[in-house]
Write a protein of this length. Structure first.
Length: 187
């Protein structure tokens, strides 16, 4: 079974497993600040054919706005926040994207952050994914420090979701460091 088929199942399982842990937590943290994240990863980490490995670099902005507030559905265990960013590889591939991150705190310091984005992709000298429109599904887990910065590991899949006949897809393993915007530019 391809990872593209099981990634949504893994994200759903993570959400189901996190809900009881969050409910049992004595101090949930649901007011995540706006952050700027830097990531570096291994592009095309799995044995897909054709394989075209590269180093992946990311710059992401994650808003502090909870979309559940808009719907009047704010709850005690998840935030849905807008995000956007750019991704580039050492093979000159470029991906500009926007989407949503689902922030799930697990106690005071740990979190899960599955996210879904869509964007424009240019393969440069890298792997051709079949379309200039690509989707990325990612599961991220990490540690939140007292200053609200975060260190995390993420596994993601980019593909065109069947928009074209050619849909190789690519998996990326990434290490992130997210810093609150206020920590960078002050209050």
């Amino acid at each position: 079974m391809r990872i593209a088929a099981i990634l949504p199942i893994l994200i759903a399982a993570a959400l189901c497993l996190a809900a009881p842990a969050q409910a049992a937590s004595s101090s949930p943290v649901l007011n995540a600040p706006a952050t700027l994240g830097l990531g570096v990863g291994w592009y095309d980490v799995l044995e897909n054919h054709p394989r075209k490995e590269a180093v992946d670099f990311r710059l992401e902005y994650r808003s502090d706005y909870d979309m559940l507030d808009l719907a009047g559905a704010r709850n005690g265990w998840i935030q849905i926040r807008p995000m956007g960013g750019v991704e580039a590889t050492t093979d000159s591939a470029f991906y500009g994207f926007a989407g949503f991150v689902f922030d799930i705190p697990i106690g005071r310091h740990f979190f899960l952050s599955p996210n879904e984005v869509v964007g424009f992709y240019d393969n440069g000298d890298g792997k051709y994914l079949g379309s200039f429109i690509e989707f990325r599904s990612t599961i991220e887990a990490g540690y939140r420090f007292n200053d609200e910065s975060r260190l995390s590991v993420a596994f993601g899949h980019i593909s065109n979701a069947g928009l074209t006949k050619r849909n190789h897809g690519v998996e990326i393993l990434t290490v992130y460091y997210h810093v609150p915007i206020n920590n960078i530019f002050g209050q």
